[in-house]
Design a protein around this ligand. Structure first.
Ligand code: PMP
Length: 376
């Protein structure tokens, strides 16, 4: 078997060790005579998996004691709607900071809910330039561009915009900007669990699993108990964070196999040396690809400003769309897949999530140098 060098943006490559463990345990989980998928979510076998996934996540990310860990369904997109449903009230206003399309989508859902509730949403900052199809994002806002409303019900931002390749706090040890005094909510879908993060500043963080920690079908929510308590009680139970928190994410049947795979992936992260080792590898991988871009600057062009360049999704252009197509096709011949940029922006996108080995980035970097030499 040849494992492809998979640079997909999500669903994305998973650690081989996590997959092989699932393979070995597939038909007979922990000597139980059935797969984990076939167990009741209320039985002791699955409960142990659920507890281990939760405790690994808490340990690796140093989740503060006053935050709950929830495993929910509906993806990050459902969170776009669930957040305003819980935290907006008539007359209230929520702040959004935009650095790309995912933030725009979150804002769009909040607008819909705000209209139903008689509430408002407001742009606290945007780095979008242009309009419609031509709109582009190339950086995160500077501190002085963020105009927060301290009375907002919450402020929402996207730590890494997966399509545009725009990420906050990229330099080693860099901090997120100050978003003001309102409760802080972050969509961390595409840069979750890759470095130590001071979670005490956040009131709620959410992340779809299918990039850094597992398969699709699962979204992780970390929420301060005080934030969960603020949530409305007059919305359907299934959308109330409180209900999921009170039931340990077992209010309804959770995606048990997805959570099991998260357990396997997080056990792998721990075995690799935890987040310090994962962060170092991610910095090395991104360094290799950005070096290939910068060393062939007349050929490759990175549209994102250096200080906002994503380490998770490296996006770049070639001189023509025909060359971009050839690049993707030739890379495929060398078993490198998932390189086509998002259909809305074109170009090339290299996703370098935790499970991408450093060696793959080096192979791609060499390929980029060769391709520039032969086509430049
Ligand atoms: N937010 C970000 C930053 C994303 O990258 C994505 C998916 N690519 C989403 C939200 C939406 O996630 P889902 O498809 O799981 O709803």
């Amino acid at each position: 078997m040849i494992r492809k060098l998979n640079f997909n943006a999500g669903p994305a490559t998973l650690p081989l060790a996590a997959l092989e463990r699932a393979q070995a345990e597939l038909t007979d989980f922990a000597g139980s005579g059935m797969s984990v998928m076939e167990h009741s979510h209320r039985g002791k076998e699955y409960e142990a998996v659920h507890a281990e996934a939760t405790s690994l996540l808490r340990e690796l990310l140093a989740v503060p004691a006053d935050m709950d860990v929830l495993f929910l369904q509906g993806g990050a997109s459902q969170q776009f709607a669930t957040l305003p449903m819980n935290f907006l009230t008539p007359g209230a206003s929520a702040d959004y900071v935009l650095t790309g399309v995912w933030g725009e989508k979150a804002l769009g859902e909040a607008k819909t809910v705000a209209a139903m509730y008689g509430a408002k949403v407001r742009l606290a900052a945007t780095t979008g330039v242009g309009d419609g199809k031509e709109k582009s994002y190339a950086r995160v806002p500077t501190q002085s561009e963020i105009a927060p409303d301290a009375a907002a019900a919450y402020v929402h931002f996207t730590s890494n915009e997966t399509i545009h390749g725009v990420q906050y706090a990229v330099a080693p040890g860099a901090q997120f900007p100050d978003f003001g005094g309102a409760p802080l909510i972050c969509d961390m879908s595409s840069d979750f669990m890759w470095r130590s993060t001071d979670l005490s500043r956040f009131d709620l963080v959410y992340a779809g699993a299918q990039k850094n920690i597992g398969p699709s079908g699962l979204v992780v929510v970390l929420a301060k108990k005080s934030m969960i308590e603020r949530g409305r009680k007059d919305i359907p139970k299934i959308f109330q964070y409180r209900v999921h928190a009170d039931n340990g994410s077992l209010y309804n049947t959770p995606p048990t196999f997805a959570i099991y795979l998260v357990r396997n992936v997080l056990a792998w992260v721990k075995g690799e040396g935890g987040l310090p080792a994962i962060e170092a590898a991610n910095r090395e991988k991104a360094g290799v690809i950005y070096a290939a871009i910068d060393q062939n600057a007349g050929f490759y062009r990175a549209p994102v400003e250096t200080s906002s360049r994503s380490l998770m999704n490296v996006v770049f252009r070639l001189p023509t769309e025909a060359l971009e197509e050839r690049f993707v096709a030739e890379a495929k011949k060398h078993d490198m897949v998932g390189l086509k940029g998002h259909r809305s922006v074109g170009g090339v996108r290299v996703s370098l999530y935790n499970a991408v080995p450093v060696a793959w980035a080096k192979t791609l970097g060499d390929f980029m140098n060769d391709f520039a030499k032969h086509n430049g």
